[in-house]
Write a protein that binds this ligand. Structure first.
Ligand SMILES: C[S@@+](CC[C@H](N)C(=O)[O-])C[C@H]1O[C@@H](n2cnc3c(N)ncnc32)[C@H](O)[C@@H]1O
Length: 491
């Protein structure tokens, strides 16, 4: 009875959701509970899926991107905070580290340096020592929402492999694989296509040792070995007998074979610079320590070298677009990484699929912090909350196009369009034919989260648990070697 009601409520969605297109809204990662935005204060300075896996036709058997310009800050107009003989002992290791950088440099640091330290500091960065995903973590991502996400990305990768002429050896790279759920669902979903899975060597680019271990387990890896020269870890995934290797950056992934790169919610974690317009032109927004030993934002009193990034990014934007903005964010790491991706695709053949929340144009002021599924202040207890920013898809397009004429950029299209074109409607219908009531409920809400737009209209549960659709907030872009033609979903 319950199942029938669920199916009846789902059926109109199956035909509509993939077509619903709205402009991007201002929220970001998906939340399990309601969340509230916090205002950011600026001092003008004088100084998986929770549901169990369902299978029918897919049987269960079956940044390195550091800026290229070094930053040194002109601090002549900044007032240095007084030294504190007794730092509050309650400060975390990361907070002490950030304060010591600011103290010894004699002034504020860029937002990009703050973001990089907070997320990936090798000792105490947000991602480094724990599993931050899912209902018990800080946020939930599409692969964790439903197995269908990884399965559909698998369809995209297989179609591309066909377009590439079924090469016998392919590097399948995932940047920032989180818990490894996307790759696990991709392999399980494609496991019947032996020629495809036999061609794969998986390369996971992951900075977190804890997440590497979770990925190892998720992919049911065995035969672990460590390369004595490079220190890179390798193993074999029992899902499809596929070799898997781990790397700290894309540079370490061997080149020379056709390459398919997946980056889901990776670019939004790359460090951004923030700039603010004032009476005397653009200033850089920076992070400083106040007299009461608290982090605070300050504005550089004059130009900083990072303004070069703003100038570089602005070249690709119409003058009117820049003129109407009071704040602009620039992500040089994303531009550098894109150039590396495009170079590799040019020389080795293949493609990259980038999925993230963002905008096809200049991004103004999007940096946000999320802890335990709630927005918090960006400077609040750094290292305990995720930081992420809108991805500037236009800058990715320009960066890739600058590299080679052999590389084409397609999109961005919405996640809803991407998954709709790859057949998610058929997949959810198939899964619904053979599942428990609870699984049907999870499928219905998972489907909505992936392709819906805004609050689920069919929801009858508690308001604070209303599923929010990510279908139009998340965008997908493909960078392809022109030899491969236009990839599926982008035609
Ligand atoms: C927002 S999570 C996305 C995880 C996964 N793609 C998903 O959708 O569930 C970002 C991932 O990128 C990794 N990461 C972030 N910055 C990185 C960097 N600079 N180098 C390598 N991995 C990084 C994190 O550890 C994490 O696995």
């Amino acid at each position: 009875m319950m199942l029938r009601r669920s199916l009846a409520r789902l059926s109109p969605l199956l035909s509509n959701a993939a077509l619903r297109l709205n402009p991007i809204s201002s929220s970001s990662r998906s939340f399990c509970s309601s969340s509230s935005s916090s205002s950011q204060t600026l001092s003008p300075t004088t100084s998986s899926s929770s549901s169990s896996k369902l299978d029918n036709d897919h049987a269960e058997s079956s940044a390195d991107s550091s800026p290229s310009v070094a930053i040194s800050i002109d601090r002549s107009g900044l007032c240095n905070p007084p030294e504190h003989a007794h730092e509050p002992s309650s400060d975390s290791e990361l907070v002490k580290h950030l304060k010591s950088i600011i103290k010894f440099r004699g002034g504020p640091i860029s937002v990009a340096e703050y973001m990089e330290e907070v997320l990936t500091n090798p000792k105490s960065g947000f991602y480094i020592n724990r599993d931050v995903f899912g209902t018990s973590g800080d946020f939930i991502t599409s692969p964790e929402v439903s197995q269908m996400f990884g399965e559909m990305i698998g369809v995209w990768v297989m179609c591309l492999w066909e377009q590439m002429g079924q090469p016998p050896s392919v590097n399948l790279v995932e940047l920032g694989p989180g818990r490894g759920t996307l790759m696990s669902d991709l392999l399980r979903g494609s496991s019947q296509f032996k020629n495809f899975t036999k061609s794969l060597h998986i390369h996971l680019v992951e900075c977190s040792p804890v997440l590497q271990k979770i990925q190892y387990e998720k992919l049911k890896c065995t035969d672990e070995s460590v390369d004595e020269e490079t220190g890179a870890k390798s193993a074999v995934s029992a899902v499809t007998s596929t070799p898997v290797s781990w790397h700290a950056s894309l540079d370490q992934v061997p080149s020379g074979s056709p390459t398919i790169i997946i980056a889901h919610e990776f670019f939004d974690a790359l460090p951004i610079y923030q700039f603010q317009k004032g009476a005397r032109g653009w200033s850089e927004k920076m992070v400083d320590v106040s007299e009461d030993s608290k982090f605070r934002f300050v504005l550089s009193p004059g130009p900083t070298p990072a303004l070069l990034y703003l100038a570089r990014r602005s070249q690709w934007a119409p003058r009117e677009e820049v003129a109407k903005l009071e704040q602009i964010e620039v992500c040089p790491s994303a531009m550098d990484l894109t150039r590396k991706i495009a170079k590799r695709i040019d020389s080795d053949g293949g493609a990259a699929l980038i999925i993230d929340y963002g905008k096809d144009g200049l991004v103004s002021d999007s940096l946000q912090a999320i802890r335990k599924h709630k927005f918090v202040h960006i400077l609040d207890d750094p290292g305990s909350a995720d930081l992420s920013a809108y991805v500037d898809f236009a800058s990715i397009r320009h960066s890739a196009q600058e590299i080679s004429e052999n590389v084409a950029v397609h999109g961005p299209i919405t996640q809803s369009q991407l998954l709709g074109s790859l057949g998610i409607n058929f997949r959810v219908e198939k899964l619904l034919q053979n599942c428990t009531e609870e699984q049907a409920e999870n499928l219905r809400t998972g489907y909505w989260r992936l392709v819906g737009d805004g609050e689920a209209p069919f929801w009858e549960g508690p308001d604070e648990q209303t599923p929010i659709g990510m279908g139009t907030r998340y965008l997908a872009m493909a960078i392809v070697n022109k030899k491969q033609g236009v990839p599926v979903a982008f035609q």
